[in-house]
Design a protein. Sequence first.
Lengths: 191, 225
Amino acid sequence: MGIVTLIISAMLVSNVVLVRFLGICPFLGVSKKINNALGLGLATMFVVFFSSLLSYGLYHGVLKPLGLEFLSLVSFILIIASFVQFVEMFLKKFIPSLYKSLGIYLPLITTNCIVLAIVLESIGNNYSFLETIVYSLSVSGGFLLVLIIFSVIRERVESSNRVPQAFKGIAIALIITSLMTMAFFGFQGLV
Amino acid sequence: MKQKLNIFISGAFTNNPVFILLLGLCSILATSNTFSSALGMGLAVTIVLIMTNLIISLLRKIIPNEIRIPVYIIIIASTVTIVEMLMKAYTPELTIALGVYLQLIVVNCIIMARAEVFASKNNPLDSLIDGLGTGIGYILSILVLSLIREILGTGSLTFVNPFTNVTVFSWTIFDARYAISLMVDNTGAFLILGLLLAAINGITMIISSRKKRKKEVLNAKGEQG
């Protein structure tokens, strides 16, 4: 698969939130304000990029030569959890201002299914090193894109008082998401 | 006995993990497109939940408080690996249908939440019941969603036995020509879940406003008397 096709299909055609249903919790939870959405999206991109690189090295350098593929799930989640912990400690010590603005979202990334899914999939699809880099960046870029679009819509909906009482909060957010999904079906023919 | 029943009911209904606490939505949305895969996913999550709750509760006095989260993650990931291997061996078709979502049970918030909130503080028997109750709550929610989606989306309801891959039943409810195929797609998943949550909100609001009115009537009577 060409690199450009890979980027388009990972970012738009099979968008991680709208088409593959991954990362719904942070998508619904942290999309009330555009600043928070941007912060979470960028933090996720950063963690996804480095943990897929580390997992690639671990899988092809250690697990596969030793025939320990069945341990991959346990070791990947350990890599992600410890990397998030490391980033948190690093930011706290050296860039406290960024830590303050991202602080709350960082620990949440460990349980964000996008990270684990990207790692598992780039290993499962037997991607090369370059493809792993491109895949991880474009999938998490797709997450950032949809998160920003959604937070802009949602900010407006939250401020209007025309939403029926029973639909307030998550219910209307899910219905907006379903409409966005319909729009994203339009990308289906691109690849 | 009554206390044990309360733990079960709280897990399954009053604190339903999906409809009330809004946890684990990813797997609910992704695997509810057919009744068979929804049931398979529900059972897999329940088994993992019962096992992790039991193990964590047994080890709760040994696990140091500072590193409890990584320890829980390793316990959960190992349990999921065991369940995944068993399912690959005995239910290969279902494993393919569930895809990456089976391994993603590791990061399902429901399991982590029950480990942190319940199993780390209660005895093994209570934790087992809590795991079972929460698992049943998860199965009920995913089945409701998948029933609506499959019936509206295909006009029929089929169930395939995952062990033998034989169709157990296949009922046609209305002609497939009138089916809304959108419902089986992603759009339908978000839409139906949104409408269900709105319905639950609406019902809770009506019940609470009735209770309030009753109280007001009683208070008014009390003042008169």
